[in-house]
Design a protein around this ligand. Structure first.
Ligand code: ADP
Length: 659
């Protein structure tokens, strides 16, 4: 309170005392007092000394003329210690100007009382807050004296400070938590807001919160709902808790949540005390969470036919419904091995799967048989990942399933086709071998004839007298060699004729060419065909099946021989070439100088059953092409400029990882 601010002494003891002192002191000197008056002075002195109010009398210079015992004691002094000292000594240095001004004001306004609150400093340095009532009165000699009565308000001040501090803390907490508070008296429509509430609504702190202003801030789509909620709460005196949007002056949207408790004042009117929180960030996070959840759901739905969840006991707890055509019906509560009819047929696969589940490790691409809604067999591919709670406890698995029936059926069809092709290849091989009978017979006959000749010779050597054992032994050795040769030929033919299974391995391309040529050597000789081999030395290996690749070469050579059947005007020449083709492939070509190929026929050569020969089947080239393609290569045909045709095989070179 500022000096000069008038305050009445009211019923205070100070006023009474000052009155008495003035009356008594102004009347006469002490010596002239009668007994009754003396008694009264004594009594008033007692009151002055021991009244629990601090009294000071200060002269115009600010010197303490008198102080009561209580007043001095409150400051840690005796009265004698303070009397004669400047009153300023019991004030803080920074407050002294204020004290001087107060004293000056009192002196200027004799008989007017003034009041203010100020700190005093005790002898021990501690603070004593006082409310001072002061008034200048004139003594008998006309000199002024300032009478000051002080009331200890330290406790109140401390409480006020504590309150101020806790209000500051609250304001800070509200700011940090983006939560403001409000009060609302429904009957009088009076609203109070905390600073943070003003900030949330972006309203001027000086303005009084008005319901129409508030409604103006609320998003038009939410306004009605807010009015309904608050109106009903006010009518029924009930708590409320609602969320709505604000449209801020810059057009941005803010989400708030208001929670209010209803109370009633002494007159029974409904009052609300509540909090209002800015939940924009939470809403934004929720929106993002939903978005990311939706994104992953979209991924899962796109990547799979359905997704699933199983519990800690591996029983299905959830199946997504985005595709209901193939989802096996009634699987909730079942384990995967309950669902799959192949569980008993492939025990090892399922044992491994269950071991992975028990170890709580992810699994990928488990394919199993199941049944769709119509009871049809389907093949399902599934992958899953374990999931855990915050404490790391295993909760189950989540994963996706895809119906791979079509792919499996295609694989099965391809396998069947491959088998059929192998069978067909086998048949054509037998056919080719049939055509090669003369050559083969010759290959075998030749050593057999030699065996007979040598056996005859051996007998002759033995019949000599004395028998020429040395020569006989040599004949027997030749017999053995020829038998071996015959047996080698037979073994090779059997391999060609019998085997249908593919055996892949690293192979030297030139040795395949040589072996194939050796088999048809006789055939070429029979048709007066000369062969020229231009084999590139040091070719890297290729990866493939020896017999199949030889079959291709034999086919191409036989076709070449046949194509030159009618050639009379020029030598029947077959050129077999091998060469590198870039860094990672090699090629083998078989060129003849036969009838050649019509441009229109080139595309059709490799289609099954295309033949221009009277006894032809038209399966040789399609089989050759499929064999080469299985080997990752290409087989093509072209007409030669100088007549005849060239068939070219390209094959990839062998890489370690291909084995
Ligand atoms: P086929 O020998 O039973 O006819 P192929 O599939 O081996 O079956 O050959 C199909 C057709 O391709 C032959 O009938 C022939 O018209 C043609 N052809 C194959 N090789 C040659 C070649 N070297 N020169 C000319 N035409 C060929």
């Amino acid at each position: 309170m500022k000096p000069g601010q008038a305050a009445t002494f009211g019923k205070s003891a100070a006023q009474f005392l000052v009155g008495c002192v003035r009356q008594t002191v102004a009347a006469k000197p002490r010596a002239e007092l009668d007994d009754g008056q003396l008694e009264a002075v004594k009594q008033w002195q007692q009151v002055f000394e021991h009244n629990p109010v601090m009294y000071f009398m200060v002269d115009p210079a600010g010197t303490v003329i008198n102080v009561n015992t209580f007043g001095a004691a409150q400051l840690g002094y005796t009265a004698a210690e303070l009397i004669g000292r400047s009153v300023l000594d019991v004030f803080f240095a920074e407050d002294r100007d204020f004290v001087r001004a107060c004293v000056a004001l009192c002196l200027e306004t004799v008989d007017q009382s003034h009041t203010w609150e100020i700190r005093k400093v005790r002898r021990d340095g501690s603070v004593l807050w006082v409310r001072e009532n002061a008034k200048t009165m004139l003594r008998a000699d006309g000199s002024p004296v300032v009478l000051v009565a002080c009331e200890n308000i330290t406790e109140r001040k401390e409480a006020e400070n504590a309150l101020r501090q806790s209000e500051a803390y609250l304001a800070q907490a509200q700011e940090l938590s983006h939560t403001g508070s409000f009060g609302w008296k429904a009957a009088t429509r009076e609203i109070t807001w905390s600073r943070e509430t003003y900030r949330i609504f972006q309203c001027d702190e000086g303005s009084k919160p008005q319901i129409p202003v508030m409604l103006q801030r609320i998003h038009p789509e939410d306004r009605l709902a807010v009015q309904r909620t608050t109106g009903q709460a006010a009518r029924e005196g009930k708590d409320y808790d609602h969320e709505y949007r604000l449209v801020m002056p810059d057009g941005s949207i803010k989400y708030v949540r208001a929670v209010a408790r209803a109370t009633r004042d002494s007159a029974g009117h409904v009052e609300f005390v509540g909090s209002v929180s800015d939940i924009t960030a939470t809403k934004e996070a929720e929106r993002k969470l939903r978005e990311s959840e939706q994104r992953f759901r979209d991924y899962a739905e796109t990547a799979s036919d359905w997704f699933w969840e199983t519990g800690p006991d591996h029983r299905v707890t959830l199946i997504s419904e985005h595709s209901d055509t193939t989802t096996p019906p009634g699987v909730i509560g079942l384990t995967r091995w309950d669902i799959a009819p192949d569980a008993d047929l492939e025990p090892e696969k399922w044992r491994q799967h269950r071991a992975a589940l028990d170890a709580h490790i992810p699994f990928r691409d488990l394919v199993y048989r199941s049944r769709d809604r119509n009871g049809q067999t389907i093949y399902v591919r599934t992958s899953g990942k374990p999931f855990f709670d915050a404490d790391g406890n295993f909760l189950g698995y989540r994963g996706v399933c895809t119906d791979v029936t079509a792919a499996i059926r295609a694989d099965q069809a391809e396998e069947a086709l491959r088998k059929a092709q192998a069978e067909l290849a086998h048949v054509t091989r037998i056919t080719t071998l049939g055509e090669l009978t003369a050559s083969i017979a010759h290959e075998i006959n030749q050593p057999l004839a030699a065996v007979i000749a040598n056996a005859d010779a051996c007998v002759a050597w033995l019949q000599r007298n004395p028998p020429d054992l040395k020569a006989a032994r040599r004949s027997v050795e030749w017999i053995t060699e020829d038998c071996k040769r015959a047996s080698d030929v037979i073994r090779h033919i059997r391999a060609l004729a019998k085997r249908t299974e593919i055996e892949m391995g690293p192979l030297d391309p030139n040795s395949i060419v040589r072996e194939a040529v050796a088999l048809v050597q006789r055939e070429m000789a029979r048709h007066a065909v000369s062969v020229r081999m231009e084999l590139s030395s040091a070719l890297p290996k290729i990866f493939g099946d020896r017999i199949q690749l030889q079959q291709v070469l034999i086919n191409l050579i036989m076709n070449g021989i046949e194509a030159m059947e009618d050639v009379r005007d020029r030598p029947r020449k077959l050129t077999i070439r091998s060469a590198a083709d870039g860094d990672d492939a090699m090629l083998v070509s078989v060129a003849d100088c036969g009838v050649g190929i019509d441009e229109q026929a080139i595309d059709r050569l490799f289609t099954p059953f295309f033949t221009t020969k009277s006894g032809g089947i038209g399966m040789g080239l399609p089989i050759c092409r499929s064999i080469i393609e299985i080997h990752g290569g290409r087989l093509s045909a072209a007409s030669n400029q100088s007549g005849g045709a060239t068939f070219q095989i390209t094959l990839p070179l062998y890489r370690e990882q291909a084995s």
